[in-house]
Design a protein around this ligand. Structure first.
Ligand SMILES: [Zn+2]
Ligand SMILES: [Zn+2]
Length: 247
């Protein structure tokens, strides 16, 4: 390892980048040293509580021991979702800053938390690839980044699982999902996603994939993506989300 004046070069690079682009707490926005979240905010964040739906991973509020009302009545294309935090006001603001106000550095925190919480599950399902839920090229150029891609890259660095960003594309234009009900969401997403024949991964065998997204609402986006990926030939499609709306 190269040393500069007795200082490890990697350490120097790390502290320089921290000075130029300080890591901020994803909850209160204050600068944090040597961590990705400040201590008081760490205590505020609690993961999705047990019992959880065995398909969508959301907290079960219906007293059932295995499935939420939505997963009882909807046949999902994905195999299972791992959701980290309940989508409460605290995480809602954090994700909105991350998504719409350029707080890209929060991706490191989300990925680290996802890794800590779901490491064992990831080892068990042993995915070949992780794939961010894509956004349309027009949205990408107006926002400048795909928030799910940022989390995927960080998660790929932590796990060593390759990220695949050019196989699944969002080609159809859709209206913003948050303005629609469950049935309208599904209709809106029909034919929104497609497989890119020019991707290097097009000719490779992928048995298991994990989709990455920020928020799980009704599961319709993940279903539309999973449907396309399974028709392409991927046998198992799981998903990992930073937050999920109560079932
Ligand atoms: Zn904080
Ligand atoms: Zn469910």
């Amino acid at each position: 390892m190269q040393k500069i004046y007795g200082i490890n070069r990697d350490t120097l690079k790390h502290s320089l980048s921290r000075t130029l682009f300080p890591q901020r707490c994803p909850i209160c926005g204050e600068v944090v040293e040597d961590d990705l979240i400040c201590r008081p905010c760490r205590r505020v964040l609690v993961p999705v509580a047990e019992p959880k739906c065995r398909i969508c991973g959301r907290h079960l509020s219906n007293g059932s021991e295995d499935l939420c009302d939505s997963c009882r009545t909807t046949v999902h294309f994905f195999n299972r979702v791992f959701s980290l935090f309940p989508y409460n006001d605290v995480i809602k603001k954090s994700i909105a800053d991350f998504k719409y106000h350029g707080k890209c550095e929060y991706a490191r925190f989300y990925a680290a938390e996802l890794y800590d919480k779901f490491y064992k599950e990831l080892v068990k399902i042993s995915p070949d690839v992780i794939i961010p839920v894509p956004i349309h090229i027009d949205r990408l150029s107006s926002r400048g980044y795909n928030q799910a891609s940022l989390i995927t890259s960080e998660l790929s660095k932590l796990t060593g699982i390759p990220e695949v960003t050019d196989l699944l594309l969002r080609t159809g234009k859709t209206i913003a999902q948050k303005e629609l009900g469950p049935d309208e969401r599904r209709k809106n997403l029909k034919s929104a996603f497609s497989i890119n024949k020019n991707s290097d991964w097009f000719s490779k065998y992928i048995k298991t994939a994990v989709l990455v997204d920020d928020i799980y609402t009704t599961g319709s986006t993940l279903d539309a993506c999973s449907n396309v990926l399974k028709r392409f030939g991927i046998k198992y499609v799981y998903a990992i989300c930073v937050a999920s709306v109560e079932s």
